[in-house]
Design a protein around this ligand. Structure first.
Ligand SMILES: [Zn+2]
Length: 116
C-alpha cells in the first residue's frame, strides 16, 4: 500500500493529468464542431475530409472523456482512503499493476475474471 506522502504525490500528478486532458479537450473543440452542410463554403472533397477529421476528433474525445473519468474516480478513491483497493472485490490491487496504470480500479482477478 502507498504511504501518505506517496498518495499526496500521486494525487497531485493525477490532478495534473486531469487538467491536461481538459485543456486538450478545449483546444481541440474546434475539430469536433458539426461539419457545415453548406456546399458553397467548402467543396465536396474537403467536406468529406472535414467529416472524417470530425469523426476522428470525436472518437479521440470519447477516449479522453473515459480517461478523465477514470482519473477523477482515482482521485476520489484517494480522498476516501479507498485507493489501491479493487472497486469490485475490495482486495488490494498489486503495486505492480498500479505502477503500470495508477488509475486502474480493479485487481487483476476481477479485470481478467469472468467479467461482470
Ligand atoms: Zn477484484
Amino acid at each position: 500500500m502507498l504511504s501518505a506522502p506517496e498518495l499526496v504525490t500521486l494525487r497531485a500528478s493525477l490532478v495534473k493529468r486531469l487538467e491536461a486532458l481538459r485543456a486538450t479537450s478545449e483546444t481541440t473543440a474546434e475539430n469536433r464542431r458539426p461539419v457545415e452542410l453548406d456546399q458553397t463554403s467548402v467543396g465536396r472533397l474537403s467536406r468529406m475530409d472535414a467529416i472524417q477529421v470530425q469523426a476522428m476528433a470525436l472518437a479521440t474525445e470519447g477516449r479522453r472523456h473515459d480517461e478523465a473519468r477514470r482519473v477523477e474516480a482515482a482521485i476520489s478513491r484517494i480522498d476516501e482512503g479507498e485507493y489501491g483497493y479493487c472497486i469490485s472485490c475490495d482486495e488490494e490491487i498489486s503495486a505492480k499493476r498500479l505502477g503500470v496504470d495508477p488509475v486502474i480500479p480493479t485487481c487483476i482477478g476481477c479485470a481478467s475474471g469472468a467479467g461482470r
